[in-house]
Ligand binder design. Structure first.
Ligand code: TYC
Length: 105
């Protein structure tokens, strides 16, 4: 129809598109409990790789010990992967079975 607002009969149609900027997804990094990894080692890992002070690190370590797991930080995909790798590498070096995983928030 020639009376249409955006159609002047020349085939040109104006389509307005809302600019939508999606936030990048975030990932929870979690530490899992086991029966063998020494408590001091877990505290050290939390201080070294998650920037916690000793008191915070000790508290989170105890939460994992009692509850089975805890979220130790929330990061972009790349940072979360780096944290998991750092923890798993350090645990392997010391032959501890400590497990660290990531999950989309
Ligand atoms: N449960 C371990 C122990 O009794 C301590 C521990 C805490 C291990 C947290 C892993 O993610 C962990 N030695």
């Amino acid at each position: 129809m020639m009376s249409d607002k955006d159609d002047e009969g020349d085939g040109a149609v104006i389509v307005e598109v809302k600019p939508r900027t999606k936030r990048p997804p975030l990932y929870k990094v979690m530490l899992l409990n086991d029966d063998y990894t020494p408590m001091e080692f877990v505290v050290h890992v939390l201080e070294r790789f998650f920037g916690m002070n000793h008191a915070q690190a000790f508290e989170i370590m105890l939460t994992v010990h009692k509850k089975g797991l805890a979220v130790v930080g929330v990061f972009s995909h790349e940072i979360a992967e780096t944290k998991v790798t750092q923890v798993m590498d350090r645990a392997r070096q010391h032959q501890h079975p400590l497990q660290c995983t990531m999950e989309r928030e």
